[in-house]
Design a protein around this ligand. Structure first.
Ligand SMILES: Nc1ncnc2c1ncn2[C@@H]1O[C@H](COP(=O)(O)OP(=O)(O)OP(=O)(O)O)[C@@H](O)[C@H]1O
Ligand SMILES: [Mg+2]
Length: 467
């Protein structure tokens, strides 16, 4: 079945091509016919002129007879008259139409050159020319030449038939070409439509075998890429959900277990207090996990309003350090700031404070006593950078590529001990990226870790530099 799009394209093309073909064929046909008719007329006139020239040399009965005799053997008819229009001789039998031509000739008017006197080939039986015979400037007679029009008509109808046949052939070929062409254009489109329908109904593994280098090929490629992206996203989502379920189940199992033990009549008050402390800790961990998940979800939906402003990096560092200092002191880790007070970044300070808190929290958790953590910042015309480096345990090389993924932790069991859920760096990355910035991590096991954030110079800086 011809599909609707193919039909539409086909009909549109067909309409245009028929129009163009008709105009072309008609023009060609008219030109052809006119040229052929002109040729016949010119020949007839030339023949009449030749006779009149011969007669101008000798306007004798013998010559007249000779001319008449010659034409009686030809397809043409000649009538020779004197200057007053009286017939002197004729070659074949005279038809009434020929007399009409003679009657309509104004013999008082002196013509000097041969002319066509009847050219209506499609109405009359004959076309006619009139060539005057002039001897020494004196007008002596007329040579009327006649040619039957049926020959012309035959030729024209033959030509018409040929044109019709050619036209029909062209039309047939056009229809076939358009049919093939429209299928060629629409078939891939229909396959792509089916593929997107499959995508909609949940089948994410569509494969389009459309090997083309044009826009349709690009579209097919885009659909295939989209389908695999969608597939990947769905898998990621499922994995993520499974991970979250796991994350939530573990503390809940603890809570339930300890609550059960604590409610046993045999449990001493001391034991009860201990279990309740564990339950508290686990509940706090759960609350934190849920808060972070919620934050990530908001970041994902761009519901997090980023309110950028020009903010001194040094001031930001100071406020973050003031918050974390007690925890660092407790673990005897030295925390220092290296930043030129003049450095201004175009950021949302609250969000960035959170980024730094997450990174510093990691540095503290994974550094032994007596080491140093440095918070450094700087910038030039194009960018602003922040660097947090520690001298801690570092991260194995194989884990580094996944470190910013949600719920990813190097050592799950140990990380739990610190209360980590593997969301801190994922949140930091989302926030940095929503600032159009980049966050990277370098680490060497046993040596330490450095997290680097790079931001382009903000819009407001650009604006002020334009001014
Ligand atoms: N400075 C660091 N030194 C060593 N390991 C690190 C460092 N920073 C991050 N990591 C490793 O990367 C993992 C992911 O860090 P991330 O901050 O995303 O999660 P988390 O700290 O485990 O949990 P959360 O931050 O959500 O409380 C950590 O579990 C840890 O194994
Ligand atoms: Mg963390």
């Amino acid at each position: 079945m011809l599909n609707r799009l193919a039909l539409k394209i086909g009909l549109l093309f067909l309409g245009f091509i028929i129009l163009i073909e008709s105009v072309l064929f008609l023009t060609l046909y008219i030109t052809f016919v006119n040229e052929r008719v002109d040729e016949v007329m010119t020949n007839l006139l030339a023949r009449g002129n030749t006779h009149s020239e011969v007669l101008a040399g000798s306007f004798e009965p013998a010559t007249l007879e000779h001319v008449a005799l010659m034409e009686s053997a030809s397809d043409f008819i000649v009538i020779i008259t004197d200057a007053a229009g009286n017939e002197l001789i004729h070659s074949d039998s005279i038809e009434p139409e020929m007399n009409a031509v003679l009657e309509h000739t104004d013999f008082d008017e002196i013509v000097h050159e041969g002319e066509i006197v009847e050219e209506r080939w499609n109405e009359k039986e004959f076309i006619a020319t009139d060539s005057p015979v002039t001897i020494d400037g004196e007008h002596r007679g007329h040579v009327f030449m006649f040619a039957g029009t049926n020959q012309i008509q035959q030729m024209v109808s033959h030509l018409r038939n040929q044109f019709l046949a050619a036209g029909l052939m062209a039309l047939g070929l056009t229809i076939i070409t358009i049919f093939l062409l429209s299928r060629f254009i629409t078939l891939p489109l229909i396959r792509m439509k089916k593929a997107t329908e499959q995508l909609k109904s949940g089948n994410n593994k569509v494969k389009l075998n459309i090997e083309r280098n044009d826009e349709l090929g690009e579209l097919a490629f885009a659909i295939t890429t989209l389908s695999s992206d969608l597939d990947r996203l769905r898998n990621e989502r499922n994995e993520f959900l499974a991970d979250i379920a796991h994350e939530l189940r573990t503390p809940l199992t603890y809570i339930k277990g300890y609550a059960d033990i604590a409610s046993r009549p045999t449990a001493s008050d001391e034991e009860k207090a201990q279990y309740i402390t564990i339950i508290r800790e686990e509940t706090a961990h759960l609350t934190e996990l849920i808060r972070q998940l919620f934050e990530l979800a908001q970041l994902d939906h761009n519901q997090f309003e980023i309110q950028k402003e020009e903010f001194s990096l040094n001031v930001l560092f100071q406020s973050v350090v003031a918050l974390v200092r007690p925890a660092f002191d407790e673990k005897k880790i030295e925390l220092s700031i290296r930043c030129d007070p003049a450095i201004i970044a175009f950021i949302d300070p609250e969000r960035f404070q959170q980024v730094l808190l997450n990174i510093l929290d990691n540095a503290r958790k994974h550094s032994p006593e007596g080491t140093r953590v440095t918070l450094a910042g700087g910038g030039d015309e194009q960018r602003t950078w922040i660097r947090v480096s520690d001298e801690g345990e570092g991260i194995p090389e194989k884990d580094i590529p996944f470190i910013f993924e949600r719920l990813y932790r190097v050592d799950k069991s140990r990380s739990r001990q610190f209360g980590g859920s593997g969301l801190g760096l994922a949140i930091a990355k989302e926030i940095v990226e929503s600032h159009d910035g980049q966050i990277t991590l370098e680490s060497e096991q046993g040596q330490g870790t450095t997290v680097r954030i790079e931001l382009k110079r903000g819009e407001s800086d650009e604006e002020s530099s334009v001014d």
